[in-house]
Design a protein. Structure first.
Length: 749
């Protein structure tokens, strides 16, 4: 792989006219995108004839337009030009801003989401708070029609399954527009204040991977929806300090051990207008997922216990009332939520992913809840991007299921196919190749798929394939030639080296290491550990490392640092035993594993062991503080971005999943608390935090400051007025933040 990268870079450099340049912080946020043409939300039309996608504008990398690729003609065409429709978007509504914060898309503008009409004749695209429809049957000049024009934001817009309605949430209530007539209908009433209808509550959006609060029946006649009452949730006063003033925001935040929002489910009949409540029991619990059986006569509801050790799948009549328990997932630690549930209607079966074997695999259940058998098995996991769906498609006629998995190695991902009836006997067949990372979107009939692939020598490229894996066309070949946006920086590009080191119990821990640009043998360099360390995340992946969210390592390496990343126990993609190592205590095995990695790093002949820094954001900021506090003197300097310092301040679903409640596990919370170790910090420290952070509250940082002051420890603080959790994703704070971090390490190391 290293040899192939040298060939690619050499060819590109020979062709380039301009001299090589240093990668600047400003360039990371400028247009065009350093990765080349980056496509997002790639989807097939329901008839499989078009592939739609969002593409960043050449003049504004954070603004996306909606495009489509004609499979038969091999042609791309622009559908929705965001800037032509809305030249200046203005500020997001508070509800939409919070929703995008939960989806990690708050910095994006233009078209950020869209949906196909079921008949493939139109696409629905929210833009600047209103809804637009692109009619593929009309001439391009007048194909875009504005569906709503209101002062309020319309969010979570969907077509109904048969395309009769477009539904959405406005001012905390549900509405629907009849597509044929344009008539708008209000479906619920009483939303406002602490009450909302059809909206996913904060915990569902932030921690449960559920971003919607309503679901259409297959026949368009019913709508299952949530009523969320936030009145039981404690109200915190959060000060959003901006440059021009201070606003006191009263935010209902469900802290660990405290009350959650009260969530109930009902089924609305569009014919009668009446809503029938669903009886899911009165105990403290989470409503995790809702799906309709394809026959439309029942709902399949996933109900999770408050302690998250039990997940019930319950069939509920469409008329409401009590349901029937089909089957249960249970664990002595926690049951992980996911979206890999599919109905096999002709078989009257459910395809479901479970970690019952210690790894996530696929199983078949009957409609009655009886286990039919395993579809996949082995010491590997089916895996998805950002905890999405691992199953790319199902060929129900041929009995095939297509899914992404890390069967070869945890740091790579490819597409596989297996027989639904194969059980444990036959191994799945790999359909993609390459030593890298694949993301896959499949057509509804499972005849074709679109693959986005990258590796350390290849920025993301997008290709169209048949179901057997044969490439049919490039959508984006993205060659690293002289015209590529990254061409001026290629000679200073640093490819990573991958390897493993053993944990204390012998478990192999994967790492990636970047040597400094212009590396000189015999010289010792300062090094920076980039750490996340928290559960549910994987940092070490064999993929492209320049541009986008993976810019950190490349930026530091091109500024003269050795960069090291390691996935400690607790990370995702390695099975249950690996993930559960941190159960009931944070900052234990994660710190232990990272320190073993740093000890190995210091032993390398090109690393100066006296000049080691550490950087992390969010849980990574927490890890920075825990490493400095538990092992003073190991590092010379650390940067903690938006750090949790006391997990009693963090939310219910995340914190209780791993630590239980403070009342159940007081010692675990004490040992997981940064303040327990803060007095021992002796190394240089920079703290960065958005003062309007509604995820990791700024209170976490204000609690840390007195502890540092009391111990006499100097530190530097960069608070960003008005910024939320993802402050570095925005251009102004991002440029300032990265310049501050680089300056801090330059001065400290």
């Amino acid at each position: 792989m290293m040899r192939s990268l040298v060939v690619v870079l050499t060819a590109a450099l020979c062709a380039a006219d301009a001299g090589a340049r240093d990668l600047t912080v400003e360039r990371l946020y400028d247009a065009p995108d350093l990765r080349g043409p980056a496509l997002r939300l790639t989807r097939f039309s329901p008839d499989g004839k078009l592939v739609s996608y969002l593409r960043a504008r050449d003049d504004a990398p954070m603004v996306s337009d909606l495009w489509a690729y004609d499979v038969a003609r091999g042609e791309h065409r622009l559908l929705v030009d965001a800037r032509s429709l809305v030249p200046e978007e203005g500020a997001l509504s508070a509800e939409e801003e919070a929703r995008r914060e939960r989806q990690r898309t708050a910095a994006l503008r233009g078209v950020v989401e869209y949906e196909w009409a079921p008949d493939s004749r139109a696409l629905l695209a929210p833009l600047a708070g209103d809804l637009y429809v692109y009619d593929l049957a009309r001439p391009a000049a007048d194909a875009v029609r504005r569906l709503t024009d209101t002062a309020a934001y319309e969010t979570d817009a969907k077509y109904s399954p048969r395309g009769r309605y477009v539904s959405f949430v406005r001012d905390q209530d549900l509405y629907a527009i009849e597509v044929a007539t344009g008539a708008e209908r209000r479906l619920t009433a009483g939303g406002g204040g602490t009450i909302s209808h059809g909206v996913a509550e904060f915990i569902a959006q932030e921690e449960m991977g559920r971003t919607t609060g309503y679901w259409w029946s297959p026949d368009d006649r019913r709508l299952a929806y949530l009523r969320v009452d936030e009145s039981p949730v404690a109200e915190l006063e959060r000060f959003e300090i901006a440059a021009d003033g201070i606003a006191v925001v009263r935010q209902r935040y469900p802290a660990t051990g405290e009350a959650n929002a009260r969530v109930t489910l009902a089924v609305l009949s569009l014919d009668s207008g009446g809503a029938a409540p669903v009886d899911l029991g009165s105990e403290d619990q989470y409503l995790a997922r809702v799906d309709w059986f394809p026959e439309g006569d029942r709902l399949l509801v996933q109900r999770q216990s408050r302690d998250q050790k039990r997940l019930d799948l319950i069939a509920v009549p469409a008329s409401g009332g009590a349901g029937q328990l089909l089957f249960t997932e249970s664990s002595p630690t926690w049951v992980e939520l996911h979206d890999d549930l599919y109905f096999l209607r002709a078989r009257r079966e459910i395809l479901w992913a479970s970690e019952r074997s210690g790894h996530r695999h696929l199983y078949r259940y009957g409609y009655d809840g009886a286990l039919k058998g395993a579809v996949t098995a082995g010491d590997w996991d089916i895996v998805a991007e950002d905890n999405g769906r691992a199953v790319a498609g199902i060929d129900r006629r041929r009995g095939k299921v297509y899914f992404t998995a890390n069967r070869k190695t945890p740091i790579e991902r490819q597409l596989f196919v297996a027989d639904l009836d194969s059980g444990d006997a036959r191994e799945p067949v790999a359909l993609t190749s390459g030593d890298g990372w694949s993301e896959v979107t499949m057509s509804p009939d499972a005849r074709r798929f679109v693959r986005t692939y990258s590796d350390p020598s290849q920025p993301p490229q997008v290709s169209l394939h048949d179901a057997g894996g044969r490439r049919l066309a490039w959508l984006v070949e993205n060659r690293l030639d002289a015209d590529h946006p990254y061409a001026p920086y290629l000679d200073r590009h640093v490819p990573p080296v991958f390897g493993t080191i053993p944990a204390a119990d012998g478990t192999p821990l994967h790492y990636q290491l970047f040597k400094p640009a212009g590396f000189e043998p015999g010289r010792r360099y300062p090094a920076v550990l980039i750490v996340y360390g928290g559960p549910g995340v994987q940092s070490v992946k064999r993929r492209w490392s320049a541009g986008g969210s993976r810019q950190t390592a490349q930026l530091l390496a091109q500024h003269g640092y050795v960069v090291f990343q390691l996935d400690n126990r607790g990370a995702t993609g390695r099975g249950r035993v690996f993930a559960e190592a941190l159960y009931r205590r944070f900052g234990g095995v994660e710190v232990e594993d990272q320190l073993r990695g740093v000890a190995w790093l210091k032993s390398q002949p090109f690393v100066d062991p006296a000049r080691i820094g550490v950087f992390g954001w969010s849980y990574g900021g927490y890890m920075t503080l825990m490493l400095l506090g538990q092992s003073p003197g190991t590092f010379k300097a650390g940067v903690a971005g938006a750090p949790v310092t006391d997990f009693r301040l963090y939310d219910t679903h995340y914190t209780e999943r791993y630590l239980d409640t403070p009342a159940q596990n007081p010692e675990g919370y004490r040992l997981s608390n940064v303040l327990t170790y803060a007095g021992a910090i002796r190394d240089r420290l920079l703290i960065i935090h958005g003062m309007a952070d509604d995820n990791v509250l700024f209170t976490n940082t204000t609690l840390l400051i007195p502890a540092l002051v009391a111990s006499g420890q100097p530190f530097e603080l960069v608070p960003y007025p008005g910024s939320k959790h993802a402050a570095l994703n925005f251009r102004d704070t991002g440029i300032h933040g990265w310049k501050t971090i680089l300056d801090f390490f330059d001065r400290s190391l």
